[in-house]
Structure formats: structure tokens, C-alpha cells
Design a protein around this ligand. Sequence first.
Ligand code: PRP
Length: 179
Amino acid sequence: MLLDDTDRVLITKEQLAARVAELGKQISADYAGKTPVLVCTLKGAFTFFADLTRAIDVPITTDFVAASSYGSGAVSGGSVQLRKDLDHSILGRDVIIVEDIIDTGITLQALADVMQARKPNSLRICCCLDKPSRRRNGLKADYVGFEIPNEFVVGYGLDYNELYRNLDAVYVLKHSIYE
Ligand code: PRP
């Protein structure tokens, strides 16, 4: 079983659902009267994105981008590649980048710089999980689901070697799997 590769659950599906509902309410209030574009950072954010967008009750549009600073292993390579760009212009738009996890912050800083250069009206970041102890720059998200300790987490969209994304909550992966 997939769950046998995990040590323990870090954030349950009930906790995720409750926090996503709160974030959706907060974003809906903050963007009242506006039509923000929510940008999903593939692949890890796909599950959080699907839940978050449905918790927002102002009109939104969606777009998708893929930026990767990691290979197939567990350690950041440091360089950032844009593997899939947005489909639509964000000029003058209110943009919310939706990310699954911020670790060093390198990926998101690079992505935010690219987006900012396209002159949106505003740019904010919403992340499901934040590991502030790992940050290598001053990046801060505007909306944070959960601050988590420096554990190797999988599930709810997050992978190790492309596996475990379909686990329905956030789990700590067993050391023996990636060591
Ligand atoms: C993960 C995550 C962030 C990034 C965070 O993506 O989705 O984009 O790493 O790390 P950082 O803050 O140290 O830059 P990953 O490259 O694993 O791709 P994936 O979303 O397709 O799994």
C-alpha cells in the first residue's frame, strides 16, 4: 500500500478542508468586485488549486504554469526552468500565484519576478504549505495554509519521484524511501 511508505500524517484531510475554506473566504473578501486570475503552478499545486478555486465565490479565471527547480530527487538544484508558460496575458490583471509548497523560495521568487515583469495590476502568492526554516531569500506568501517543520512531505499533490501525489492528506515520507 502507498501509505506503508509514510511515517505519519502531518495534516489531515479535515484540517486541509477547513483551512482551504478559510483561505477561500479570505480571498473572496479581499477581491470583492474584482476578477482575479489564479495561476496554478504545476504539478504539485493541482490538488490544492482544485479545492481552493471552488472555495472562492468571486468570479475568477484560471491559468497554469510549470516552473521547476528540482530534478527527480529530494534536493533543490538551485536553477529554475519555465517548462510551461501561461496561456493568457496578465497585463493589468490581479494575479494570485497558487503554490503547493515554499521551501527555499527560489522557484517562487523566480516565477514572481517573471510575472511582475508582465505588469499585472497586483500580484499575490497563496501557498498551501510553508517551510520558513528552509528559506534562502526574503520571500513571503500573502496567504499561507500551514507552516510546517522541515520534514519530507508527500500527498495532496506533492510527490517524491512523481509518486504519492494522490494521497488525500499531507504525510511525512519514511526516510528509507529517499535515503
Ligand atoms: C516544488 C514546489 C515548488 C518548489 C518549492 O516543485 O511545487 O514549486 O518545489 O521549492 P523551493 O521553494 O525550494 O523553490 P517541484 O519542482 O518539486 O515540481 P512539482 O510541483 O511538479 O512536483
